[in-house]
Design a protein around this ligand. Structure first.
Ligand SMILES: [Zn+2]
Length: 163
């Protein structure tokens, strides 16, 4: 992901060196799906959805990078050809946090997948924070299995208007 101009000041001055070190650590392959940096790969569709193929006709799992096998190249169902460009992501989305453990070299697809999760989670957290719903699981403490007992006798406790 290119650095957004409004975030540029949040990166340390030695970011180019840090970035290079992360790519080095990764062996210039995506640290999630193992796609090789700066190489053209085919992303699969149809029966080959969720995989990618190298120019050696080797096919890999696009989530884990596991090598699935080698096939006849012409039989691969190509969704699109793409040039892998690794970018360095911050797991916690804080550009200031440049500890190696917080950094990942990821291809576009894996980076997007991580961001999507993050956006989903923060949108959810925002909604939850707004709604102020009581903590059901806290209220049900002590009930550790799906119970057929009658409902709790006083569930209104936590959700009663503050008066
Ligand atoms: Zn990847």
């Amino acid at each position: 992901m290119p650095i957004k101009p409004e975030n540029r000041h949040r990166y340390p001055p030695d970011w180019p060196d840090i970035r290079a070190a992360v790519l080095e650590r990764a062996g210039h392959r995506c640290e999630r799906c193992k796609a090789p940096d700066r190489q053209r790969i085919a992303r699969g569709g149809g029966d080959d959805e969720g995989t990618y193929m190298l120019d050696t006709a080797e096919v890999f799992d696009a989530e884990t990078g596991e090598r699935l096998g080698q096939i006849h190249m012409a039989s691969y169902q190509v969704k699109r050809m793409t040039l892998v460009v690794l970018t360095v992501a911050h797991l916690d989305h804080q550009p200031e946090n440049c500890q190696m453990a917080n950094l990942r070299a990821w291809c576009q697809r894996c980076h997007l997948a991580h961001d999507r999760e993050h956006h989903k989670r923060s949108a959810w957290l925002t909604r939850r924070a707004r709604s102020g719903t009581p903590d059901l699981f806290g209220m049900m403490e002590g009930q550790d299995s799906e119970s057929t007992e009658p409902a709790l006798s006083a569930p209104e406790e936590g959700i009663r208007d503050k008066t």
